[in-house]
Design a protein around this ligand. Structure first.
Ligand code: SF4
Length: 86
């Protein structure tokens, strides 16, 4: 999948819900990162975050509520299926 960051969120990191969290929660060495994923689910820039992870082929961490180590394909499918504009 070729993804492109949406023009409507050029500075998406500024609105990231995880800015107030503990970064380690999004980069777990073990566990399911459920707390981080729950925050992602309400993040206003979730889609831009997921596109960023795919564009840069990031291989570690939780992005857009998906742990890309294990959930890359579901993230790509979510983006391709017209995920919410956020
Ligand atoms: S969706 Fe992305 S930007 Fe938003 S809280 Fe989750 S990791 Fe952070």
């Amino acid at each position: 999948m070729t993804a492109t960051l949406p023009d409507e969120h050029p500075h998406w990191r500024q609105d990231a819900a995880c800015r107030a969290g503990t970064p380690e929660a999004w980069f777990p060495s073990q566990g399911l990162a459920l707390d981080a994923k729950a925050i992602c689910m309400g993040c206003p820039v979730r889609r831009a975050c997921g596109l960023y992870a795919i564009d840069l082929n990031i291989g570690f961490g939780v992005w857009a509520a998906f742990d890309v180590r294990f959930e890359r394909a579901p993230l790509v499918a979510w983006l391709a299926n017209g995920s919410a504009v956020a």
